[in-house]
Write a protein that binds this ligand. Structure first.
Ligand code: 0O2
Length: 221
């Protein structure tokens, strides 16, 4: 398996977009299968929904500029890790780690790096679990390892991140301190909500199991 090798120019650009789109398809299908299997075995699916996207050329160029690199195809492939991005939105925080473990065990995926912004939230209050993986893309004459950034978060974390992203962009990164502070407070509320929903779900599962055990006992007597 080889890393992506492309020429500069429109041809090179079209080749990388084709590869990243293929990688999104491969990883997307894998995730759907894992979710279906989980539903089949445990009668429960950890994924609420999945979003995929290819980073826009403007956003790629902006990121390279921020890193201090020229906008060449080579630099895009080497330094922008999230050209292909998949976001898995889960019901509960426990599902995030369950998903991450299942992804890590897939033999044909290579986990390059992990950033746990749930255990270590960003300064902004941002919470999410990031995995950078590579997936082999089987072409007619070669196999190309292609990077995909997987972001895993709960619905509540996704709600916060989507709105914060909009607000942040309005201020182009220079939001007044009182707004950043309010956003951090909102992130706290989101974490409390996630914790409450998780314990509520655990309580419901326990109550249901107790009820079923009681019914069984009654049937025996
Ligand atoms: P966009 O518009 O979402 O594509 P970096 O830290 O960005 O220099 P890297 O390795 O990509 O380098 O970082 P990371 O932290 O693994 O992933 C960055 C992505 O996470 C961002 O992509 C966002 O999607 C998301 N993210 C990180 N921090 C925040 C945050 O404070 N708020 C929100 N809403 N999202 C965040 P891009 O390319 O920055 O932006």
């Amino acid at each position: 398996e080889s890393p992506i090798e492309v020429t500069e120019g429109v041809d090179g650009w079209n080749t990388i977009i084709f590869l990243y789109n293929s990688a999104l398809k491969e990883v997307g299908t894998k995730l759907e299968i894992l979710n279906d299997e989980f539903q089949h075995v445990h009668q429960y699916n950890p994924i609420e929904y999945i979003k995929r996207r290819i980073k826009t050329p403007e956003s790629i160029v902006k990121k390279l500029k921020r890193y201090g690199y020229e906008s060449t195809i080579d630099n895009m492939v080497n330094y922008v890790n999230d050209i292909a991005g998949i976001r898995i939105v889960c019901s509960f925080t426990s599902d995030i780690y369950r998903m991450a473990e299942m992804i890590g065990k897939q033999n044909d995926l290579t986990v390059v790096s992990v950033k746990d912004y749930i255990k270590h939230p960003k300064e902004s209050g941002y919470k999410s679990y990031h995995m950078l993986v590579t997936v082999p893309i089987f072409l007619s004459d070669r196999v190309v390892d292609t990077k995909v950034e997987i972001q895993i978060r709960t619905i509540a974390m996704d709600f916060w991140a989507s709105l914060e992203h909009k607000i942040y962009y309005k201020f182009e990164g220079n939001a007044p301190e009182y707004i950043s502070k309010d956003l951090r407070e909102c992130a706290e509320i989101v974490s409390m909500l996630d914790a409450k929903m998780l314990s509520l779900n655990e309580a419901i599962l326990e109550a249901k199991a107790a009820q079923e055990a009681e019914l069984l006992r009654e049937e025996k007597d």
